[in-house]
Design a protein around this ligand. Structure first.
Ligand SMILES: Cc1cc2nc3c(=O)[nH]c(=O)nc-3n(C[C@H](O)[C@H](O)[C@H](O)COP(=O)(O)O)c2cc1C
Ligand code: SF4
Ligand code: SF4
Length: 252
């Protein structure tokens, strides 16, 4: 093996951490590819390379920004491992869609997983996950994927989901800024994956915003938020589907 590309679209960091955990089992040079970056960097992977692709599930699909930016990576029958993280509800067609996108760009999916995580809007669900138990399961899976790669088995495992994919219906909400505490440092503007924030951090373009929660997570002054009423209504609507401990799923 030549090179491992660790590719993620991960506004709040969970999918990126999962990707690197999978990557740990591979003993080779590793390159990070961050699809939250807006700079358009194209990469051509070779057959002897490997790609790990990890993104969150949004409404049972993959974020459409991620789907578009995945085309920055070109494979040449390059083996790939796909991973979606989801907030302890369900991932529906997301893993299938990710695998299809990656294959459309020349990779060959040899393994896939769905990792249950803390929901980055409704934090009570999946709180603290992935935890040690999850990490042990991911480790087992990645060791098996390494073995499959070594044995040159290139078959795509059967992944759950449907064609056509479910339609995207995402409840959206405005990101609020507390003018009293915001210092105008502009960090949120630099970090927004879709450039929806003005340079001083005070304005958010609601049409561009994908409600990814990154600016809320990273603001050093905790000046950004979404309304409590929105979160409460979402918990009321989706809560019953998010209860309990959802299992991770692994496909080889
Ligand atoms: C807009 C949006 C939609 C989401 N939709 C789902 C969903 O359909 N099912 C689910 O279980 N979690 C859902 N989540 C939770 C995320 O998938 C989960 O928190 C994920 O681990 C975040 O990944 P990241 O930290 O890499 O950004 C959603 C989160 C956001 C922001
Ligand atoms: S990161 Fe926070 S403090 Fe800085 S501009 Fe953005 S909202 Fe204001
Ligand atoms: S403005 Fe919207 S898209 Fe940009 S970081 Fe904040 S929540 Fe994400």
């Amino acid at each position: 093996m030549n090179q491992l590309y660790c590719v993620s679209f991960s506004p709040t960091g969970t999918s990126k951490r999962a990707a690197w955990q999978i990557a740990e089992a591979f003993d080779c040079e590793k390159t990070a590819v961050d699809l939250c970056e807006t700079a358009d960097r194209e990469i051509w992977a070779e057959q002897k390379d490997v790609g790990i692709f990890s993104v969150p599930c949004y409404g049972g699909r993959i974020p459409q920004t991620a789907a578009e930016r995945l085309s920055r990576l070109h494979g040449d029958e390059t083996p790939a491992i796909v991973c979606v993280t989801f907030g302890n509800r369900a991932y529906e067609d997301a893993l299938l869609e990710l695998a299809d996108c990656v294959e459309a760009n020349g990779f060959r999916v040899i393994a896939g997983c769905a990792v249950s995580a803390e929901h980055n809007i409704m934090h009570v669900f999946g709180h603290g996950r992935p935890d040690d138990l999850d990490r042990a399961e991911i480790r087992r899976f990645s060791t098996q994927a390494v073995q499959k790669r070594k044995n040159r088995k290139m078959n795509r495992p059967s992944l759950p989901g449907n064609h056509p994919y479910k339609e995207i219906h995402l409840a959206r909400t405005a990101v609020l800024v507390d003018e009293k505490t915001c210092t105008g440092c502009g960090f949120c503007a630099q970090e927004c994956p879709v450039q929806a924030i003005s340079a001083d951090g005070r304005q958010t373009d609601e049409q561009r915003c994908i409600n990814c929660m990154r600016c809320i997570q990273i603001c050093p002054k905790k000046s950004r938020s979404i309304s409590k009423e929105f979160v409460t209504a979402l918990i009321q609507k989706l809560g019953p589907d998010c209860e309990g401990r959802k299992q991770n799923e692994f496909y080889l």
